[in-house]
Design a protein around this ligand. Structure first.
Ligand code: HEC
Length: 219
C-alpha cells in the first residue's frame, strides 16, 4: 500500500496557476480560436469563430443549435466538441486537442455567461465573497486533474489528496491572491480509483475553512 509520498521531483509535477476569476473573451478565448480554429471555421459545418458575434450566432450543422449556450457549458456544442468523445463527429480541433487549461478556460467563460467583456460590477467574481471549491477538471482524469477554488482575499491554502482509507497521499500548499486558483495534481504514481481531496484556506490568520471533493482516476 502506498504511504505519504512527498519528494522534490513530485513537486515539479505540480503547477500552480493563478487565473483571473472572470474570463476575458478578447484576451483569453478569441486568441485560442485564432490559433487553433479559424483556419477551418470561417463557416465549416456552420461554425464561424473569427469574432465574438460570429461565435455567438453560429448554428452547427450537426448539433442543429447555437454552439454556445451561455451559463450551460455542458449543453454547448462548442464545449462538447473539445472533449474526447463529442456527441457528433470528431474531437476539435482536428490535429491535436487543446490543453486542459484552455478547455477549462472555455468552460469557465461559458459558465460565467459567455460575455464579450468581463463585468466590472461590485462583487465581481474577481473578488468572490467567500472561499468556494469548484469541481476538479477533468474528472474522471488520467493522470492529472485541476483542483480549482476561489479565495475572497490573499490567503494561505493547502491541498491534500487522500485514498478512501484516509491515508494522505499528496499535499501541496502555497499563498495566492483572491480570485480563482488552480492546482494541477498529477497522480501518475497511483492506481485507478476514487480519491478524496481537501482544500483548506486560512485567511490572514483569522478563519480556517475546509472543503472537500471526490475525484476518479481511470487508467
Ligand atoms: C482542420 C479543420 C478544423 C479545425 C482546425 C477545427 N475544426 Fe471544428 N470542424 C471541422 C469539421 C470538418 C467539422 C465537421 C465534422 C466533424 O465534426 O468532425 C467541424 C465541426 C465543429 C463543430 C460542430 C458544429 C456542428 O454542429 O456541426 C464545432 C462546435 C467545432 N468544429 C468547433 C471547433 C473549434 C472550437 C475549433 C478550435 C479549437 C475547431 N473546431 C477546429 C474542421 C475543423
Amino acid at each position: 500500500m502506498k504511504h505519504f509520498y512527498f519528494s522534490p521531483l513530485l513537486l515539479l509535477l505540480f503547477t500552480v496557476t493563478e487565473l483571473y476569476a472572470q474570463v476575458d473573451y478578447q484576451q483569453d478565448i478569441q486568441p485560442i480560436f485564432n490559433a487553433r480554429c479559424v483556419s477551418c471555421h470561417g463557416g465549416t459545418s456552420g461554425v464561424f469563430l473569427q469574432n465574438y458575434d460570429a461565435v455567438m450566432n453560429s448554428v452547427g450543422n450537426q448539433y442543429q443549435q447555437n454552439i454556445v449556450i451561455p451559463e450551460e457549458p455542458e449543453e454547448s456544442p462548442l464545449y462538447d466538441k473539445l472533449l474526447p468523445n463529442p456527441e457528433f463527429g470528431n474531437r476539435m480541433p482536428t490535429g491535436g486537442s487543446l490543453t486542459d487549461e484552455q478547455i477549462a478556460l472555455i468552460y469557465d467563460w461559458i459558465k460565467e455567461g459567455a460575455l464579450e467583456a468581463p463585468a466590472v460590477a461590485v462583487g465581481s467574481s474577481e473578488h468572490p465573497a467567500e472561499f468556494t471549491l469548484k469541481n476538479n477538471y477533468p474528472n474522471p482524469f488520467n493522470p492529472s486533474t485541476n483542483i480549482r477554488f476561489t479565495l475572497p482575499v490573499t490567503a494561505n491554502w493547502v491541498v491534500t489528496v487522500y485514498n478512501l482509507n484516509g491515508a494522505q497521499l499528496l499535499q501541496y500548499s502555497g499563498q495566492s491572491a483572491g480570485g480563482l486558483n488552480t492546482v494541477t495534481v498529477n497522480m501518475n504514481d497511483f492506481a485507478s480509483g476514487i480519491y478524496i481531496y481537501t482544500v483548506e484556506a486560512r485567511t490572514t490568520g483569522t478563519t480556517l475553512e475546509r472543503q472537500s471533493g471526490k475525484m476518479l482516476l481511470v487508467k
